[in-house]
Design a protein. Structure first.
Length: 367
């Protein structure tokens, strides 16, 4: 009976598309700083005189901060609600990005990147929980697919923004601009944002035990590690790899990486629809088959094959996240909506976008 009433309430909420749009923008602004160091990496290496291994440690510090805050997000949202957790994350991001202008040495930059990663991690679990609370259940898969446009727009925009602005301002200025945009969006959401005005259940060992007893949760969590390694992990070191190992110029490398994200913007809608229509198992199997094959080709194929392989990997791996987040959201809904996400994502981020890129960077130094 309660579920029926909840469903009727969602149907009557005609403004959920506007709220979804606001969350898409916030997700974009909280995701962009995590991927922006990738196209900036050759410039950062040069300006701070560090090796590939040292430079890629930036992603490890970002991932440690991000994983920690995603894990702690359940404690925060259980005290101040999901809506104010989203606001807190956006304001904290603005502060941390502003601090990067004071990074005169590489260790200070690492600290700033840790702070940035820590700030943005609070958003995702509360963002997903808010979407599930305001969107009619039959549209959740498609709505999360729309939400997942933000990472793909960030992957597309980061290299293009770097190419456009690096000739005019220093890389620290680009970081500061992102912090300014986040501050502006925080005030917009404070004024117009709705939904998420509820608290999650406070995390405890009992809840974690229940989640780990759920076989679906365990499998999806493991798959998250490999999918993030195939998306963010590969993206993080791809510009440096293309420049140093295949002879691409910085401009060409950034352009290839950016353009490879364009088809993903359309494919992700198909993934959201297909997950609702055909089920997530088939989609995930196809995703990992194509992604694994394309990553193998990126590592061993000649340059003429590498570019198509990059496009195939990008198109395939983005299709994993809409159905995967839909599964986690449904599993965690009885715990306030974000518990499954806040437990599954940290280890996946730490391994897939932090440890693996850093290892690949040191391997590159030894080769």
């Amino acid at each position: 009976m309660a579920d029926d009433l909840c469903g009727e309430t969602k149907e009557k909420n005609t403004s959920y598309l506007l709220q979804l749009f606001l969350l898409v923008i916030i997700f974009f602004l909280t995701f962009m700083p995590r991927v922006m160091p990738s196209p900036l990496l050759p410039v950062i290496e040069s300006s701070m005189q560090v090796s590939h291994g040292q430079a890629t440690s930036i992603f490890l510090f970002i991932s440690i901060g991000y994983a920690l805050s995603v894990f702690l997000s359940g404690f925060v949202s259980s005290k101040i609600s999901h809506r104010f957790t989203i606001l807190f994350s956006t304001l904290f991001l603005s502060l941390s990005m502003g601090c990067t202008i004071f990074s005169c040495d590489f260790n200070t930059l690492r600290l700033c990147m840790f702070m940035m990663g820590f700030s943005v991690g609070f958003y995702l679990p509360s963002g997903i929980a808010t979407i599930v609370s305001i969107v009619p259940s039959r549209h959740i898969g498609k709505s999360i697919a729309i939400h997942e446009l933000s990472p793909n727009l960030a992957y597309l925009g980061a290299p293009l923004i770097c190419e456009l602005l690096l000739e005019k301002i220093q890389w620290k200025g680009i970081m500061l601009m992102q912090g300014t945009a986040a501050l502006f969006m925080a005030f917009i959401y404070l004024l117009y944002g709705k939904g998420g005005d509820f608290k999650s259940k406070s995390p405890n060992i009992t809840i974690y035990k229940e989640l780990f007893k759920n076989k679906t949760f365990v499998v999806v969590s493991i798959l998250f590690i490999f999918s993030i390694a195939g998306s963010m992990g590969i993206f993080s070191i791809l510009p440096v790899y293309l420049v140093s190992e295949t002879g691409f110029s910085i401009e060409k490398a950034n352009m290839v990486v950016a353009l490879s994200r364009v088809p993903a913007l359309g494919v992700i809608f198909i993934a959201g629809w297909a997950s609702d229509r055909f089920g997530v198992k088939l989609i995930i199997r196809v995703v990992f088959l194509l992604s694994g094959l394309s990553i193998f080709l990126i590592g061993v194929a000649p340059p003429s094959i590498i570019v198509p392989a990059i496009f195939i990997n990008t198109i395939s791996v983005v299709c994993f996240f809409p159905p995967a987040f839909a599964i986690l959201a449904k599993i965690g809904s009885k715990y306030g909506g974000n518990m499954a996400v806040s437990l599954a994502v940290p280890l996946a981020i730490l391994g897939g976008s932090g440890i693996i890129p850093n290892i690949l960077g040191y391997v590159a130094d030894m080769s």
